[in-house]
Design a protein around this ligand. Structure first.
Ligand SMILES: Cc1ncc(C[n+]2csc(CCOP(=O)(O)OP(=O)(O)O)c2C)c(N)n1
Ligand code: SF4
Ligand SMILES: [Mg+2]
Length: 351
């Protein structure tokens, strides 16, 4: 069974945001994933982030590939646009939709198999083009849907449930995103909602390619001793470089951190990211030092989490291509089909 409608009954006093929506209005169908799957926690974090940012559900488009992770958009934002594409092809479908209608907020959800194996090329080009989107990889180190084969993000030396040792080098999607030019890059853990929710909120506010690698344990096939993507392993090896608050401009600022440990980043839309820095030497504006830091900590067996890189002045694909401000479906006929005289001028320019 893949689709179970969620009963809409809820407490009449449930808190509403300024649009008049409760958190329940951002939910989807009942999840059919295994009980305890990390992916369900990520869905809950997405629901919370969209509710808190007061995003109108009809302005969001959620796209995915194939896998347990790619099934999750069915379980959140039931009133949003959705497209479940082919394995590894979410980025190109999202890019096309984004080019046709820049007015929507694009949320791509994928898995480590979907993005680091069959979809690696698509992932790379979406990052380097600066497609304005939030791209979340629900990273469990295995192909969960097809019953637990190692994926390309599985660490060398990690053991499968049946005791087989992975001998291949892992692909670090954060490292790739840094190298390829993504302008907002974070890593988190499905079991750390306090870190993950604001990370998603900041990404939704970012105008450019925002990538989040979220470690998300697969309780059915990759949550045993010897796995480097299990709940216990990630809890023991998680090294957060910072914690984040997102202030939208409407919200009154109610928290303040000790001087010297706070970094404020203003994004293009006026929202601010307030970072409590745990590692004072960590510089999230410098790609090269972020890459070096990631590699050093990985070699020491740590999983670095938090907002790892941000460019506060990103340039997205629409700016690169100088595309129409209006969505294509809103352009009047005379702009869509400018006529023979315009065509003749265009042809003349190419002679
Ligand atoms: C073209 C194609 N090749 C292979 C498959 C089989 N397949 C389905 S899901 C999947 C891997 C999913 O792994 P991941 O993206 O990590 O998602 P997870 O289930 O772990 O969340 C594979 C190989 C497919 N559906 N389509
Ligand atoms: S097989 Fe793994 S990834 Fe898929 S739903 Fe179950 S726990 Fe989640
Ligand atoms: Mg996976």
């Amino acid at each position: 069974m893949t689709f179970l409608t969620k009963p809409k009954l809820h407490h009449p006093e449930l808190h509403k945001n300024s649009l008049g929506y409760t958190r329940r209005d951002y939910e989807g169908a009942i999840s059919t994933l295994c009980a305890g799957c990390g992916h369900d926690s990520i869905s809950a974090a997405i629901i919370k982030a969209c509710f808190e940012l007061e995003l109108p559900p009809h302005r969001i488009a959620k796209l995915s590939g194939i896998g347990c992770s790619s099934k999750t958009p069915t379980y959140f934002l039931g009133a949003s646009h959705g497209f479940n594409s082919v394995h590894g092809r979410m980025p190109s479908v999202l890019t096309g939709a984004n080019l046709a209608n820049r007015d929507l907020i694009y949320l791509g959800v994928s898995g480590d198999g979907d993005s680091a194996s069959i979809g690696l090329g698509q992932f790379a080009h979406a990052m380097r083009r600066g497609v304005n989107m939030v791209y979340i990889v629900e990273n469990n180190g295995v192909y969960g849907l097809t019953k637990g084969q190692f994926s390309a993000t599985s660490d060398k030396g990690a053991k499968s449930k049946r005791g087989i040792v992975n001998t291949d080098e892992p692909i670090d999607l954060v490292g790739l995103a840094l190298q390829l030019g993504a302008t907002y890059i974070g890593r988190s853990f499905s079991g750390d909602k306090a870190q993950l929710v604001p990370l998603i909120e900041g990404a939704l506010r970012h105008k450019g390619a925002a990538f989040i690698d979220c470690i998300s344990p697969c309780v059915a096939f990759n949550n045993h001793d010897g796995s480097t993507k299990s709940f216990d392993y990630v809890r023991e090896h998680n090294a957060a470089v910072n914690y984040l608050d997102v202030i939208t401009g409407r919200n009154e600022i109610t928290v303040d951190y000790a001087p010297g440990t706070l970094e404020t980043v203003t994004q293009h839309d006026g929202s601010t990211l307030r970072l409590r820095k745990l590692h004072p030497e960590y510089d999230m504006y410098d790609r090269t030092s972020a890459m070096t830091y990631m590699q050093q900590r990985h070699a020491a067996g740590e999983i670095v989490t938090g907002l790892l890189f941000v460019d506060p002045n990103p340039i997205d694909l629409h700016e690169h291509l100088n595309t129409s401000e209006a969505p294509l479906n809103a352009l009047p006929q005379d702009r869509l089909v400018p006529g023979n005289a315009e065509l003749a001028k265009l042809n003349a320019r190419m002679r």
